[in-house]
Design a protein around this ligand. Structure first.
Ligand code: FES
Length: 363
């Protein structure tokens, strides 16, 4: 039947859309066909070819990648979400880019082997020529644009976005003081140690301060204050475990300049506990009729997994959205954004949300 006012497609257009030519009319089929010929021809996300693999320390490896030309380019301090397929499951993890922007678009990711971290281990075994999928660069963990004194503080693999910043600032011909405080186990564990020492030896503005915890222990507040001596609570960027981020934030808060610290923790953002957050709350899963308990110190994803549930997830740090779940009722705090969701039927991210009241989730 022809609806009045609607024109029938021409015979050629009808033929082109016929089921005989179905693969040519189907975006998924096209994608599969192109990837089978060359994975770099994929139109989904941004394929990137591994150019070189470099061992930085005994357990840390860098991959230089060449993304497709349409990749938007990054700023030092940003990260990408990497997609891999392991045993038929698509998994996503977020990694800081450890290189400054380059003229030819190459980027570097640097991964430390962690017990149980399947995706990192899988990426670490890639070789030159293999292809990964990247997201567009994300995040606002950037060095300030002005030429004022800057303090960078990193621990362990938290050095990765800071290394990109150091390289970017060096390339920009910076003259203002730049202090990098780095905490790691020992010299063998010092990622990019040789490059940073070389920069410090011939760049007068760059002051490298290294704390080896195997020798001097984990820095407490006194040791941290000593490491930051003379920096005058200038603008700071911190990347490392929660305890380090919290310690630096508390020093800056005590000095009345909390706004000068921007941080990124590789275990997720820490916010002060909110009202009523101290107690654990019952979580009722309406789809499976399961009930578990979630405290304020555990994400809903971790609490659900501890109870034997297997919610979908990817990055576990609030970026990829694969853990989104509908909250039927109750109140949660998003640790990444600081936003509270108290209305019924709101979408929340399980990996960065903590319970603030009894909850009903569509799990
Ligand atoms: S698992 Fe990626 S946003 Fe939660």
């Amino acid at each position: 039947m022809q609806i009045q006012g609607q024109t029938q497609p021409k015979p050629l257009a009808r033929w082109l859309r016929s089921r005989w030519l179905h693969p040519l009319n189907d975006a998924v089929a096209w994608e599969q066909m192109l990837c089978a010929i060359n994975p770099m021809w994929s139109r989904r996300d941004y394929p990137a070819r591994v150019l070189a693999v470099i061992d930085e320390t005994a357990d840390t490896r860098s991959l230089w990648l060449q993304p497709v030309a349409r990749w938007p380019g990054h700023r030092a301090g940003q990260h990408v979400v990497v997609e891999v397929e392991i045993d038929g499951r698509r998994l996503h993890r977020s990694f800081s880019l450890s290189s400054a922007p380059t003229a030819d678009g190459r980027v570097r990711i640097t991964l430390k082997r962690q017990p149980g971290a399947r995706v990192s281990a899988w990426i670490q075994q890639l070789r030159a020529g293999d292809v990964l999928r990247l997201s567009a660069p994300q995040g606002d963990f950037l060095a300030p644009a002005d030429d004022a004194p800057l303090l960078l503080i990193g621990a362990g693999s938290g050095i990765t976005p800071l290394m990109a910043m150091v390289e970017e600032l060096r390339a920009g011909g910076r003259h203002a003081p730049l202090v990098l405080v780095h905490i790691c186990r020992n010299e063998e564990d010092f990622i990019f140690g040789a490059r940073l020492r070389e920069l410090a030896s011939r760049w007068p503005a760059f002051d490298l301060r290294v704390h080896f915890s195997a020798v001097a222990g984990r820095p407490d507040a006194v040791a941290l204050t000593r490491l930051l001596a003379g920096t005058g609570h200038c603008e700071a960027r911190v990347c490392g475990p929660r305890a380090l981020v919290a310690a630096v934030e508390s020093l800056y808060r005590a000095a009345g300049v909390a706004g000068r610290v921007r941080s990124e923790s590789y275990r997720g953002r820490v916010l002060p506990a909110a009202d009523g957050a101290a107690s654990a709350h019952a979580v009722h899963c309406t789809n499976t009729e399961r009930v578990f308990t979630a405290g304020a110190d555990t994400s809903l994803l971790q609490a659900a997994e501890a109870a034997g549930l297997q919610p979908a997830h990817g990055c576990r740090i609030g970026i990829c959205m694969s853990c989104q779940c509908r909250k039927r009722s109750g109140s949660v705090l998003n640790l990444r954004t600081g936003e509270r969701s108290s209305e019924p039927d709101e979408l929340i991210q399980l990996c960065v949300s903590v319970a603030q009241s009894p909850l009903e989730l569509a799990l």
